[in-house]
Write a protein of this length. Structure first.
Length: 609
RNA sequence: GGCCUCGUAGUUCAAUGGAUAGAACGGCCCUCUCCUAAAGGGCAAAUACAGGUUCGAUUCCUGUCGGGGCUACCA
């Protein structure tokens, strides 16, 4: 038995696991061997049969289209080839094999194989999920709110998706650095500084600093629209700040401090932590030398007074992020890294940030969890890195917009953005009402814990169960829904397992692990539950590979459904022993997969609810 | 204008090129002397349109229509 040990230097967690093959891997290996002998040298070099979970269980648990895929190149009839393969495979220990339709090879996994795998999972801390073969150091850049502006619903996606990906990557064996690249140096500071000096209510600042700052910002913003000369005054404040004026620097630092305190409270509530908070201002000193360097190396040049990076002709025009077609001609859309007035921009900071992460963190990968509209920006940033000879797994993990009912960017009726804190408060409040209704006898302190876990879990799960690339319409009732395909549904399935285990006593699983007890699966819903449990090891890695948390969320929902269905049909504590202990084992593994899976999404489970 | 992206039940979302397109909410019908009914079992209901590639297309390609985004000194 082989064990692998991996130490996550950041988290200090040690994961150990037997290297256990997933079912499709195991079957694919045998299938490929059989194809090789059947086709006698005609099998294409490096060919590996693909085995996938069947969508329709009537055809079996897993299927392969290898015969259909190969039929043409080897000039055989797909059905005939599939049948020959099925004959050669014969009686597999793990599955019944059959041919169907246009040439599918179907595998129905035997109950004994599922039982064997359940025992393996029982003894494996990783529940069968293999560690990555290629551990990387990954910087994940997410959330990134602006100073002096509280987070609004628009920050939900980046914050929750980024946190889930960080958790997944760590679990898969990567070294992860989370970095909150806050907007602490933007042009909004001109207005904030002017407002601070002229409008700020000190008592309001002490009471609720972020609210006070926001109120000031909004008021200045409003006045600027009416009085153009005020805008000039704000710009002057910004110039003062950027030239190192002591008073303005002091105010600026206070703003950041106050904002960070507020943000940390909300992140704590969301159970999200960052290893670093290297905001835009952190890179200020790096910007001028960076631009100089790019000019010296001929990557950037002056144009209309600004310093720009143009296409170097590396890509075909249609793939070139610095070109756009206009009236049948390719026109340059350069990345501007220094304005004509000498100021630096978003792109400059991002280049410096990428540089720093490679140089100081020795990152192999940088993943940016940022909205889809910025696609071109990141293509340019990554392409400039390429021009400078910097390489790595750079990804813009994009997501769609949150829209209102009118399919325009989401705002409240009076045009305000909805603050993230309001969404959280509303969710927890709604959950609290349900707790009160369902569990009136629970101690008050516990009710509070349950309401928090349910409410916040509901928000996270609603976000993560959606395909990140599609836009979605914000709807209070859907986001905060507590029935159906939601976090509380999954939390409830875990609670049900715990209730069984509390009443039935702590089960003794050592008989299974030692091989003395026999795990027995016979009922349809038992086998189905075991089938779903096995698939955890297949789903988790691809969820990270594609940066698509919704795959894991959908899987966990399927698992909870399989469990609820099993729960209704198969009494555990009232059954007799080999069945009773086998069912208890299923319950235990279900609980572990649910808890681990949800923790990878950043959602807490509860013992009672 | 060009480029990117999306268009799936009444509504909100799923579906590595696979077989009869899944869920949830809402609607209708059942199930608590039984381990938590925040649950289970059932019914009705959808791939914008037109071509093409393929044994096989919601998925890939082309075009049309419709929504959103990007398109040099904001982030």
């Amino acid at each position: 038995m082989k064990w692998r040990i991996e130490i996550d230097k950041v988290m200090g967690v040690v994961y150990k696991s037997r290297t256990m093959m997933t079912l499709p891997e195991q079957i694919a290996r045998k299938l490929t061997d059989v194809l090789r002998s059947e086709l006698d040298g005609m099998l294409p070099e490096g060919f590996c049969a693909v085995v996938t979970a069947s969508q329709d269980l009537r055809y079996g648990d897993y299927q392969s289209n290898a015969a259909m895929a190969l039929a043409k190149t080897v000039r055989r009839n797909p059905r005939e080839l599939a049948q020959a393969v099925v004959t050669r495979l014969g009686d597999m220990v793990e599955a019944e094999v059959s041919m169907a339709g246009p040439g599918f090879i179907n595998f129905r996994i035997r109950a004994e194989e599922y039982a064997r795998r359940m025992v393996e999972m029982l003894g494996d801390e990783r529940l069968g999920v293999p560690l990555t073969e290629h551990p990387k150091k990954i910087v994940i850049d997410f959330s990134a709110p602006n100073v002096a502006k509280p987070m609004h619903v628009g920050h939900i996606r980046s914050t929750i998706i980024g946190d889930a990906l960080a958790r997944l990557a760590r679990f898969m064996g990567h070294v992860v650095i989370t970095d909150n690249h806050i907007g602490d140096w933007g042009t909004q500071f001109g207005m904030i500084l002017w407002g601070w000096k002229n409008l700020l209510d000190q008592t309001a600042l002490e009471k609720n600093p972020i609210e006070a700052l926001l109120a000031v910002y909004k008021e200045v913003n409003r006045r600027c629209k009416e009085q153009p000369d005020l805008l000039e005054a704000c710009k002057a404040e910004l110039v003062l700040l950027q030239s190192g004026d002591v008073d303005n620097l002091t105010i600026w630092k206070r703003c950041i401090e106050v904002t960070k305190t507020g943000l940390k409270k909300i992140y704590a509530q969301l159970d999200i932590r960052f290893d670093y908070w290297l905001g835009e201002s952190f890179y200020n000193d790096a910007l001028a030398p960076l631009v100089e360097d790019l000019m010296e190396r001929g990557i950037a040049r002056e144009s209309d007074g600004a310093v720009c990076v143009f296409s170097d002709g590396f890509h075909a025009p249609q793939d070139d992020p610095f070109l756009v077609s206009k009236d049948g001609e390719w026109q340059s859309v350069p990345a501007i890294i220094r304005k004509a007035d000498g100021g630096f921009l978003y792109a400059t900071t991002d280049l410096a940030t990428l540089d720093y992460r490679i140089r100081e963190f020795h990152a192999d990968a940088i993943w940016y969890i940022v909205g889809a509209p910025q696609e071109k920006h990141f293509k340019q940033i990554f392409d400039i890195a390429r021009m400078r000879g910097i390489s790595g797994d750079f990804r813009h993990v994009a997501f769609g917009s949150i829209l209102g009912k009118d399919r325009r960017p989401f705002k409240t009726r009076d045009g305000e953005t909805v603050s993230l804190q309001d969404v959280i408060d509303e969710a927890v409040e709604r959950a609290a009402r349900v707790v009160q209704e369902k569990s009136p006898d629970m101690p008050e302190s516990e009710k509070k814990v349950v309401a928090e876990a349910v409410g916040i879990g509901a928000i996270k799960f609603a976000e993560l169960s959606q395909n990140r690339l599609s836009d979605y319409i914000f709807d209070w009732d859907k986001m905060l829904s507590l029935t159906g395909d939601t976090a509380p549904y999954l939390q409830n399935s875990y609670v049900r397992v715990r209730a069984i285990e509390r009443k039935g006593g702590t089960p003794d699983f050592s008989v299974f692990l030692s091989g003395n007890g026999r795990m027995l699966l016979s009922e349809e819903r038992e086998i189905n539950l075991a089938r779903v449990l096995c698939r955890f090891s297949e789903i988790t890695p691809i969820t990270l590979d594609d940066c698509r948390p919704n795959l894991l969320a959908a899987y966990l929902y399927e698992l909870a459904r399989a469990f609820h269905s099993f729960y209704e049909a198969c009494p555990v504590l009232r059954s007799e022993d080999p069945v009773r202990s086998s069912r208890l084992t299923l319950c235990e593994i279900t609980a572990r997969v649910l808890k681990l899976g949800m923790s990878l999404l950043g959602i807490r489970m509860l013992e009672k609810m």
